[in-house]
Design a protein around this ligand. Structure first.
Ligand code: THU
Length: 130
């Protein structure tokens, strides 16, 4: 298991998920090797919940990482099949981490790997706005 996957599993322990009981962790690595982690954070107003992937990306962006500077993201959850990012997170990944590889891992160590383009083909992105 990669160090990034281990960090995603550790980040999962920090999840605030009292409503779903479903804990998720994420870890992103930038091109220069910096790592930012995230966990899902739920709210009693359920729709305000943010996924682990987005928390990790937002932490990196808020520390000065720019779109396109992400190399890898690992996502960890306790599911029989490794949990894939939701549709909203795929859109965020397409904008901020279009060239990243996405490693999904469960607590048994089962992993699956995708590119962001595989997860969200034909994505809407900033190039259409020009
Ligand atoms: N969740 C994530 O954090 N990432 C995913 O990839 C899938 C779903 C969270 C959102 C919510 O807190 C809980 O898992 C159940 O949907």
């Amino acid at each position: 298991m990669s160090e990034l996957a281990r960090l995603a599993i550790a980040a999962r322990e920090k999840a605030f998920a009292p409503y779903s009981g479903f804990l998720v962790g994420a870890a992103v690595e930038t091109l220069d090797g910096a790592v930012y982690t995230g966990c899902n954070i739920e709210n009693a107003s359920y729709g305000l919940t943010v996924c682990a992937e987005r928390v990790a990306i937002w932490k990196a962006i808020s520390e000065g990482v720019k779109p396109g500077e992400f190399r890898r993201i690992a996502v960890a959850a306790d599911s029989a099949r490794p949990t894939p990012p939701c549709g909203a997170c795929r859109q965020i990944l397409a904008e901020f981490a279009p060239h990243a590889t996405v490693t999904l891992i469960n607590l048994q160590g089962v992993t699956r790997e995708f590119t962001v383009a595989e997860l969200l083909p034909e994505s809407f992105n900033a190039s259409f706005l020009r």
